[in-house]
Design a protein around this ligand. Structure first.
Ligand SMILES: [Zn+2]
Ligand SMILES: [Zn+2]
Length: 132
């Protein structure tokens, strides 16, 4: 069992393990949503996710017809995203988890739009677009 929270602490959650590996997303939407060169996401089945607090401040922005990006309405921290076309899967932002998690990055997605000032220094698999 892992715990996580947003920056202000209003949104808190638990994730039942084991965790899937971290996926690094270099798409432009993630860059804009996080303010960083990429997002680090852990796909979690919604049955393994428990929102303990913050349902009243958890908001979403529909960044496409298919995708909703959930964030804390008080501090603005991104929390997770979901796709209507991938039902039941929440992509938790890995940096929110409190514990020293055992999983590591496994692959890069959307490297076609990778930030020009950030070099990838690993040999993990890369996809120009999404991983199916
Ligand atoms: Zn917050
Ligand atoms: Zn992305």
């Amino acid at each position: 069992m892992y715990s996580g929270s947003c920056l202000c602490g209003k949104v808190t959650f638990m994730v039942r393990g084991p965790l899937a590996p971290i996926e690094i997303c270099h798409c432009r939407q993630c860059q804009k949503a996080q303010g960083t060169p990429f997002a680090t996401n852990i796909p979690v089945h919604e049955s393994a996710f428990v929102l303990n607090s913050g349902a009243d401040v958890l908001k979403f922005y529909a960044s496409s017809l298919d995708k909703k990006r959930y964030f804390c309405g008080q501090c603005g921290a991104p929390v997770y995203s979901s796709r209507d076309s991938v039902p039941g899967i929440l992509r938790i932002r890995a940096g929110l988890i409190n514990e020293a998690i055992p999983v590591r990055p496994a692959r890069h997605a959307y490297v076609a739009s990778k930030c020009v000032w950030w070099e990838i220094h690993d040999d993990l698999p890369r996809s120009e677009q999404a991983w199916s």
